[in-house]
Design a protein around this ligand. Sequence first.
Ligand code: ADP
Length: 816
Amino acid sequence: MAEPKVSASGDEELQEHRPVGFEDDPSGVVVPEELSILPLRGVVIFPSAIVPLLISRGASLKLVDDCRKGDNILGLFTQKNPDDENPNAQGLFARGCAGRILKMLKYPDGSVRILVQGLKRIEIREYLQAEPYLRARVAHLQDTYTPSKDLDALQAHMVSQFAKFVSMVPYLPDELQGVVMNIKDPGRVTDLITSNLNISVDEKQDLLNSMEVRTRLEKLSTILSREIELVELGNKIQTQVQSELNKNQKEFYLRQQMRAIQKELGEGDTRSNEIEDLRKKIEDAKMPEEARKAADNELERLRLIPPESAEHSMVRTYLECLVNLPWSISTEDNLDILHARQVLDEDHYDLEKIKDRILEYLAVRKLKKDPKGPILCFVGPPGVGKTSLGRSIARAIGRRFVRISLGGVRDEAEIRGHRRTYIGSLPGRIIQSLRTAGSNNPLFMLDEIDKLGTDFRGDPASALLEVLDPEQNFTFADHYLDVPFDLSKVMFITTANYLEPVPPALRDRMEVIELAGYTEEEKLEIGKRHLIPKQIKENGLLDTNIAFEDEAILSLARSYTHEAGVRNLEREAGSVCRKVARGVTEGKTEKVIITAAKVRELLGAEKYFSEVAERTQEPGVATGLAWTPNGGEILFIEATKMAGKKGLTITGHLGDVMKESAQAALSYIRSRTDRLGIAPDFFENCDLHLHVPAGGIPKDGPSAGITMATSLASLLTGRPIHSNLAMTGEITLRGKVMPIGGVKEKVLAARRAGITTIILPKRNEKDLEDIPANVQKEMKFRFVETMDDVLDVALEPAAIPVDAKPASFPQLTVSS
Ligand code: ADP
């Protein structure tokens, strides 16, 4: 609020700021009827008020001079327009105040200062002269009022208002409150208060004009309320501004202090360093626009979040993840096919057909220069080299290699990540592996896609589909990342033990390459050339410490492992090496030659041996061949018979198809009793039981049909089955033998088990070409079309007449 114009000039600008003095009632002074009129600018003088005035206008100076020479009394009238330099009669308000000059001071510049005191209200009746200054005849005015309680109350209220006002503004001395309280006359009180208020000239003039004291009181009271309100409002604003200022200042001050403390502690500007660091990393990552925008936004957010909050670390981790992705880092492909061939040969023995397929695939990629090729899928039992082939391809073409095992992945989020709203959320495996690979075109090996699960947490297969689909994967959206990443340059290779469980949509995208398993000879070569040198090296040995004889390797493959691949062979060779290594550290320096006997000495007794001959000694036990995801297996089917009535029990954890196959086998036997020499009514008073040991392992499929029929026929005729013979084939009710799958795996498994003759369906004859020549030479294959042919080949001639010894059918114990 501006300072009040309490001490204004007579005809000049206001000059001093000090409260208007107030003398005791000067009414005793006689005011003549004719007065010289001093025009006032911006000031209204009330009776009793003592006001200093600066006089500088020529006419006014003369007036004052003349007045001083006379009775010192003059008329003080305010100009209507303060800018009027030479006001005439019309330029002044009609009512004013008679005044008396108390003092006069002359200044060197010619101006004069006078101290005047207001005497009483007067009104101009008539102007008498205009030059050199105005003179007029005036009428004296009297306040009019009727004393009343009402008026007293009004006066008291106004006085308290003024007291409050004085206490609120700094420019009015507190003494004024006392002065005002001691004046009894209501008219004088209003004049004193009005003189001290900083209100407009018009308002003041209005209060001077009104002779009715009550009106004056009311008007002034209203003005006072308004002024108090204004001061209060002003103070409030002031306080608010002040407190805001104080807060900011405090914060600033504390921050400065903190910075100083950090500096003292040597922590410096870690925070700003961190932000700057991230900003640089974002710059260097050369992200595509969308990702860059997201990163910039997050960085901005990080700047504002206090470092202690959990959100800070979340945003930070996210940013770290973003900047560490290989957005623009890729490796150069080496598509030199000769080089690739060389690398594949170095790493893997044989596998000619498969290597050819891989090289063809690379050749097409080279010519087409289009990354959208089919996805290779290696299918085969464990340990046949699927993963290591992938690694070799990566090495051959110079790409980084990453392997993701999908076995047991049930949650879509494992592929695609969790949304960032979850605490501790992470990107999916694809994005994590890319980070590990450090290039945006690595070779991704997706292992065990046949073990992918599906449950309530979403379908990982569909997420995988998006990863593998070249039409979609250039904008792969990880939930955590929230911005697309281009996977189109990644080369995907998948592996599976068998294709059955792979969702058809996924299967469609892939070019399947099958790896069936190795023969003993192949295992020997792989062992000699790759596995054993590798194990020798890995166990810290030298060729001067150890050497394996072929017999030893074969013994490891035959008697210590039971597998289609070579994983366990490698492991067993590793244990032999470890034992030798231990000897070397204990000071045995001479070279250890590993023979078959030495293997037994080091690894203990053989773990696997052929039980075929032993199991099939008695009638009712037939050897079948099965295909499993781990390669081929031999399985025994046992039949037994007991007193009863037409019952067939089938046990051994068999699937429906296999059970139905058993029914079909029995029906066939019952329809052929005459040809087999079995009593036609044998089933009237007996129960049959078919069991496939290793009951813990689920088995299914129709390919054991002929084996079950043979086992029943053997039981019922009492003719044992040739011991070194195994069979596989589906049976129809009419005794036809239908083709089956997995011939190579089954043949290799049979050979491992010491079988020499295999009965196969005639229509599988073409599959023999997949079987290594030496195996074909070594083994006898009998291709059959009917069940009669099977029994002719499988059963030994009858030793005992069936009818003569019906009670002697052996009761076989069930074993696994
Ligand atoms: P998979 O992925 O099929 O289960 P791996 O690739 O893990 O099998 O192979 C197991 C081990 O056998 C690896 O050390 C691999 O190098 C070796 N291996 C498999 N096949 C061959 C082969 N034909 N020549 C050389 N080493 C082989």
